[in-house]
Design a protein around this ligand. Structure first.
Ligand SMILES: Nc1ncnc2c1ncn2[C@@H]1O[C@H](COP(=O)(O)OP(=O)(O)O)[C@@H](O)[C@H]1O
Ligand SMILES: O=C(CO)[C@@H](O)[C@H](O)COP(=O)(O)O
Length: 495
């Protein structure tokens, strides 16, 4: 029974699962936290990866490893492969002006947006790598001048696992390349002209691999000690031969692989980000900008809507109310659907969909009756879900068909989220058992690399539960009244 490892290097933590390549059975797992903040030194991800691998019992007995990671983060390397500055993450909004400039320079308005959607499947917002590169070129020219290569979090970790063998060895996959803003999902080619437009010059970018192509082999010395191979001497091969490195992918594409999403499935992931996505046979190009036309990890496409405010809205509401997450859930479920008109617009980190990078959150509809912890808890859950329901509508407007809605991510552990989601979405949701579906998707990709074949091995998704409820359209109607009434951040403090 060959084993494989899957890594999820996400915003808040790194998770590692070791699974049986053929059956998908979970053998062991580990995790380690990431630092807070929207700007992070990639070396912190590497340290967390080592710790999570160690907690998972090492990699000495696996045949292949794949790394999935948070998308879009800008990892800049100098000519010797050193990190130039901390990475700007997908949820860092300082590049919002850069995004606007890139649209303006492409003709502005609908013309500019259509240009980008047709060229690379997405309309620039602060999240995408191209806008971060523009920000770097404008705001830190000395640092920008040192950049020899740019890659994404999962590319960099895969490269480190290979022993960081020179910039030409950087590898990525279609899924994550499609979130840069300088790679076209429809042609499968980089757009060096757009990289130059964003950054002012062309720098080295990772080679884009096919879904089951090898990115290289694990350098056993890089994990010595941390990964249960204290015996590894420099250059010594692992006991069973080389450990293969898969191409890896973005965390959402990995989640699609992890739950085995197929035609008609829409996945809603409630992690640090909220995402709504489907696997599609053709690329999306939404000039409205709500749907990003990503590629997936199987050779197909992954139209996706992403919000900046998801599970951490619940964390914040719980902190505000002085309760834990389970108590927040109980409180929310003790208030009536619609919270008697109390609405939370959850733009705590600004927002990406809709594009409101400087917005703040707000609470509307306070009365003597609604000023209770239960109402506030319910409004937090409903507001977060309403933003995702808007995303689901946008996906449908781009042609997605909705059979099953599959709910995953840390936020899906909340009973209130699982029970209120069908009221807000107006359809039942399918919830797999709590798990690490991004890491699982990466492991499934690693199994595909190890076992070969035209498709990834079939791993059954067992013990899913369906949550159904009478739709309550009034929740979304009230949210729609409230969602444009927000204040901007206070300019001087950024808060
Ligand atoms: N029981 C729960 N109820 C609500 N939220 C939860 C629960 N358990 C975990 N979470 C939240 O899930 C989030 C982490 O989810 P995860 O999908 O691992 O995020 P990411 O992949 O972005 O790092 C945290 O914000 C955490 O508070
Ligand atoms: O920016 C996006 C998708 O476009 C985010 O979904 C990131 O990929 C971060 O993911 P999580 O840490 O929330 O899983």
């Amino acid at each position: 029974m060959p084993l494989v490892a899957g890594v999820d290097s996400s915003t808040q933590s790194c998770k590692v699962v070791i699974r049986d390549a053929e059956t998908g059975a979970l053998v062991r797992q580990g995790r380690a936290p990431h630092p807070d903040g929207t700007e992070v030194d990639p070396r912190a991800w590497w340290d967390a990866l080592l710790a999570a691998v160690e907690a998972a019992g090492g990699l000495a007995d696996v045949a292949a490893v794949s790394v999935a990671g948070q998308q879009h983060g800008m990892v800049c390397l100098d000519g010797s492969g050193e990190v130039v500055r901390p990475a700007l993450l997908w949820n860092d909004t300082r590049s919002a002006d850069a995004a606007r400039d890139l649209i303006t320079e492409a003709g502005g308005g609908e013309t500019g947006r259509r240009f980008w959607a047709d060229a690379v499947g997405l309309v620039p917002v602060a999240s995408f790598t191209a806008t971060k590169l523009r920000w770097l070129a404008r705001h830190e020219p000395a640092q920008a001048a040192r950049v020899a290569a740019v890659c994404l979090p999962h590319d960099w970790l895969t490269w480190r696992l290979a022993g960081a063998p020179g910039l030409a060895a950087l590898r990525t996959d279609r899924g994550d390349a499609s979130g840069t803003g300088y790679w076209s999902p429809s042609t499968g080619q980089y757009r060096p002209d757009l990289l130059e437009r964003a950054f002012g010059r062309v720098v080295e970018v990772p080679t884009v691999l096919g879904p089951a192509e090898r990115a290289g082999v694990l350098d056993p010395t890089v994990l010595a000690g941390a990964a249960g191979r204290p015996d590894a001497a420099p250059g010594s091969p692992p006991p069973g031969g080389d450990i293969l490195l898969g191409p890896g992918t973005g965390d959402n594409a990995a989640a699609a692989l992890g739950v085995g999403a197929g035609p008609g499935d829409v996945v809603v992931s409630i992690g640090t980000s909220g995402t709504v996505f489907a696997v599609a046979d053709s690329p999306a190009a939404d000039a409205g900008g709500a749907v990003a036309g990503f590629a997936d990890a199987t050779g197909r496409f992954l139209p996706l809507v992403c919000t900046l405010n998801a599970a951490r809205v619940l964390d914040s509401a719980a902190a505000l109310l002085g309760v834990d997450l389970d108590e927040l859930s109980e409180l929310a479920l003790s208030a009536p659907p619609g919270a008697d008109g109390l609405v939370m617009v959850p733009y705590l980190e600004g927002e990406r969909t809709p594009d409101r990078p400087t917005a703040t959150g707000s609470v509307h509809g306070l009365t003597l009756r609604t000023a209770t912890p239960a109402h506030l808890a319910r409004a937090a859950v409903e507001g977060m879900l309403c933003a995702l329901a808007d995303g689901l509508d946008a996906l449908v407007a781009q042609g997605a068909t909705v059979g099953r809605v599959i709910l995953v991510g840390g936020g899906a552990r909340s009973a209130a989220v699982r029970r209120i989601a069908p009221q807000v979405f107006g359809r039942p949701v399918v919830v797999p058992p709590p798990g690490e579906y991004v890491a699982d998707g990466a492991a499934r990709q690693a199994a595909w690399v190890a076992l070969g074949g035209a498709t990834p091995p079939t791993w059954a998704l067992k013990d899913t539960e369906e949550y159904a409820a009478e739709p309550v359209p009034a929740i979304r109607q009230r949210y729609a009244e409230a969602r444009d009434h927000t204040l901007d951040r206070v300019a001087a403090t950024g808060e």
